[in-house]
Design a protein around this ligand. Structure first.
Ligand SMILES: Nc1ncnc2c1ncn2[C@@H]1O[C@H](COP(=O)(O)OP(=O)(O)OP(=O)(O)O)[C@@H](O)[C@H]1O
Ligand SMILES: [Mg+2]
Length: 205
């Protein structure tokens, strides 16, 4: 049987990595074979592209940024995601295409039509089985990540950029209510975890 594909989305500090690790544990306990991966990245070439995309010394056109994201994704689908799903392995990815619509579409104001074309080119009709969008306020997200690591090329953006990213995520969730579950990530870790568990119950059944 084909594995399920779960993606986690949200701005920095929303709790994606934290809940991804927990989801991995939860699904393994249930006897599933699971791999965790991330975007941009997930393959040697994708990780090299991630290095370029997150490097704050790089200056690039918004369309270059989008093209590199989708190039990394093409590789990720081909080498990791699709082969795993067809051998029955579940795949949990820290970000996927909704992030391109949020960051390059909302944040960088790239045309949705172009992003739709890239999505269609790279993945056709393929979509995650479920996407958990962890919605956190910009202030809490910043506070949670402030002393963890140095800000990358995206994290250096102003609040206004993240306001547009968040708005684009919420718009995306409204457009695909069956697939995207919005989780209030301002809640305590325990409460977010409970919401995450509830949100994947339908695909675990
Ligand atoms: N609901 C929560 N309440 C309090 N702290 C939280 C919550 N969720 C996450 N955190 C803490 O916030 C920090 C950032 O969380 P995490 O790394 O999971 O976020 P992320 O979405 O993966 O961020 P990034 O995009 O920067 O990788 C961690 O220290 C984590 O323990
Ligand atoms: Mg993370």
């Amino acid at each position: 049987m084909r594995g399920k594909f779960i993606t986690l989305e949200g701005i920095d500090g929303a709790g994606k990595t934290t809940h991804l690790r927990w989801l991995e544990y939860f699904l393994k306990e249930r006897g599933e074979t699971v791999i965790i991966t991330r975007e941009p990245g997930g393959t040697p070439l994708g990780e090299a592209l991630r290095g370029i995309l997150l490097d704050d010394r790089q200056v690039m056109h918004a369309e270059t940024e989008a093209l590199l994201m989708f190039a990394a994704r093409r590789e990720h689908l081909d080498k990791v995601i699709l082969p795993a799903l067809s051998r029955g392995t579940w795949v949990i990815s820290d970000r996927f295409t909704d992030a391109s619509f949020a960051y390059q579409g909302g944040g960088r104001r790239l045309s949705l039509q172009k992003l739709n074309e890239l999505e269609c080119w790279v993945q056709g009709e393929f979509q995650p089985d479920v996407t958990l969008y962890l919605d956190v306020s910009i202030a809490s997200g910043r506070q949670r990540t402030s002393n963890i690591k140095q800000a990358d090329r995206f994290e250096k953006e102003q609040d206004e950029f993240f306001r547009r990213v968040r708005e684009a995520y919420l718009e995306r969730a409204k457009k695909f209510p069956e697939r995207i579950r919005v989780i209030d990530a301002n809640q305590s870790l325990e409460d977010v975890r409970r919401s995450v568990e509830k949100s994947i119950a339908t695909i675990c059944a």
